[in-house]
Design a protein around this ligand. Structure first.
Ligand code: ARG
Length: 586
């Protein structure tokens, strides 16, 4: 209904200007969805806002506006309510014509963005040789949903994996590699470092236990930083091993096209970042470190919080790399918008980063930058998510367990329903549902809040869950299967007629999808899509309970079949934006 809302605003504004004078030319009316169907479909507070400007009571302003505006092609006669709200109720004929105009459109009426932008999304970004934890899972899933939504709108999206692949910890890892697998460098094709997290722990243990090992680790850091070929080779071996483990997760989650540009990618650009900051006069030396200080950033003790770009020992920092990243994304990628999907714990870092980049002139005003923060995933009782033995939960194990739980649920259901299905069907559905459940549970919540991870809740067929949504789609598809209907071959010209209330309600919900996508783009909140799809499937259920479809007489039958088809297609597009797979049966 986006176009409708824009048109109504235009007419309301014109009516305001013609009634009250040209001084209202800069004024923008606001229209909201009505909070209660009793108030119609949309509501505007325009009269209350104008009342003080034109020095007349709000209800009088509302009456005058209604008399001056013609919305009769779209709405029933507007009503004044309460202190001066104007309520709008859509006409059935208008809804029918709108549905008619989208029913043959593969994009179901969602226009492409114009102009299209280049959007760089920094997401996932785990650290080499360390555990990829649930925080990285959230970043991956949320980032991917945003990427899919922007791509659907026609934007050019670049998904960057800013992996932590550089730093002093590599000295220790390389030293351990040389100790534990002496043949690694001469026969790199044959090495398998196994589980790198274990490898990291062993390296750490040696480091803490032996001074000699500490010395060789330090030498390795120096060798690596100075580009010693052997150290670089060892570093690459370690990175490759991690990469394989990460890739396994991305394939399971169906997160494609993630471009790895780790921290090391920016190494050669770091000295310039620091010297350019110096020439802009932004650098201050503080206890031997090179820092930028910004107004309003304080540490816990209330002292100014430095943004350190060069440490006392001469090494560069996380912050320096991110500044180089901004420069590169703006200059080389020609980004119009930079998005960082990173946990809420790093909010101060991204706020500082943005300000420094703006001050230095590396992030021009026309390039948007946004940190998309998210809360933590917690275990039972609101504690840290851990295995029974108190270890960090591995993502691979977590996803495997989700698939196993989905399988158990499915097998139980098949037994109850006395259905028998092939092993192929069972494993396919379990895989799709298990992964979808994890993704959807994450995406359906306001990302800012923490949430408690529960397989039971996320796999439930009731409530706002992936299985519920997938099942809603299956059910709608079931109608066409049962009736032997090919939606693409329906003779559907001018057949949409909304007679019952449940049909009108469903129609309105279907036509709201564009507003929902718009709000996701504005606020970068994918949970809006989940809320909408959940609402759509509930409204559909009410329609299905109240309006016979296959047994209805024409023209209602075709009209209702079209509503079913539009619902299924909307669910499909909506779920695809979330990266949730669909199954035809489950
Ligand atoms: N590797 C970091 C971590 O695990 C996240 C990096 C986020 N991206 C960035 N450009 N700083 O916390």
């Amino acid at each position: 209904m986006k176009t409708f809302l824009e048109q109504v605003k235009k007419r309301l504004k014109a009516a305001a200007v013609s009634t009250f004078g040209d001084e209202l030319n800069d004024f923008e009316p606001v229209i909201d969805a009505a909070s209660n169907p009793a108030f119609g479909d949309y509501q505007t507070n325009i009269a209350m806002v104008l009342a003080s400007k034109v020095a007349q009571p709000p209800r009088t302003v509302a009456q005058k506006l209604i008399a001056a505006v013609d919305l009769s092609d779209w709405c029933q006669t507007p009503e004044v309510a309460g202190p001066g709200f104007i309520n709008l109720r859509l006409k059935k004929e208008y809804l029918e014509s709108l549905l008619d105009s989208i029913k043959d459109d593969t994009r179901i009426g969602i226009p492409l963005a114009s102009p299209a932008s280049k959007i760089v999304i920094d997401m996932s970004s785990p650290n080499i040789a360390k555990e990829m934890h649930v925080g990285h899972l959230r970043s991956t899933i949320i980032g991917d949903a945003l990427a899919r939504t922007f791509s659907f709108l026609g934007h050019d999206v670049l998904k960057i994996n800013h992996v932590g692949d550089w730093g002093t910890q590599f000295g220790m890892l390389i030293a351990h590699l040389k100790d534990a697998c002496p043949s690694a460098l001469s026969e790199p094709d044959k090495v398998n470092l196994g589980d790198l997290v274990e490898f990291y722990k062993e390296a750490r243990k040696n480091f803490d236990a032996s001074e000699e090992f500490q010395n060789s680790s330090r030498q390795e850091v120096v060798a690596l930083q100075s580009g010693n070929p052997e150290s670089i080779q060892a570093w690459q071996l370690i990175c490759n091993q991690s990469r394989k483990a990460f890739q396994e997760i991305y394939s399971l989650l169906d997160v494609p096209d993630l471009i790895e540009r780790g921290e090391s990618f920016y190494n050669s650009m770091l000295p310039d970042v620091v010297s350019d900051l110096k020439s802009c006069g932004l650098l201050v030396e503080d206890q031997g470190a090179q820092c930028v200080f910004l107004d309003g950033f304080l540490n816990e003790q209330g002292e100014p919080l430095p943004f350190i770009v060069k440490k006392r020992d001469g090494g560069f920092n996380y912050a320096t790399t991110d500044l180089a990243g901004i420069r590169h994304r703006v200059k080389e990628d020609h980004a119009d918008e930079l998005i960082y999907v990173v946990g809420a714990g790093q909010s101060a870092h991204f706020a500082q980063l943005q300000q420094v980049a703006r001050k230095a002139g590396w992030l021009p005003e026309h390039v948007k930058m946004g940190h998309v923060p998210f809360g933590s995933v917690l275990g039972e009782g609101g504690k840290k998510l851990q295995t029974r033995s108190g270890e960090t939960v591995r993502l691979k194990d977590l996803l495997d367990e989700a698939v196993a739980s989905a399988r158990a649920e499915l097998e139980g259901r098949l037994k109850d329903e006395q259905r028998s299905e092939s092993e192929e069907f069972i494993s396919q559905v379990a895989q799709a549902v298990g992964i979808a459940a994890v993704k959807y549970a994450d995406l359906s919540l306001n990302r800012i809040t923490n949430y408690i991870f529960s397989f039971k809740k996320m796999l439930s067929l009731q409530g706002n869950t992936a299985p519920y949504m997938m099942y809603a789609y299956v059910r709608v598809q079931g109608i066409s299967r049962k009736g032997g209907i090919d939606f693409t071959k329906l003779d559907n010209s001018e057949c949409l007629k909304l007679s019952k209330d449940a049909e009108v309600t469903l129609a309105k919900c279907l036509l709201k999808f564009d507003e929902v996508i718009d709000s996701v783009v504005q606020d970068l909140m994918p949970n809006r899509i989940c809320e909408y799809l959940f609402q759509l499937s509930q409204v559909f259920n009410q329609f299905y309970e109240n309006c016979p479809v296959l047994n209805a007489d024409e023209p209602a039958r075709t009209s209702r079949l079209l509503l079913c088809d539009l619902t299924a297609r909307t669910l499909k597009v909506g779920l695809s934006l979330l990266g949730i797979p669909l199954v035809e049966r489950m």
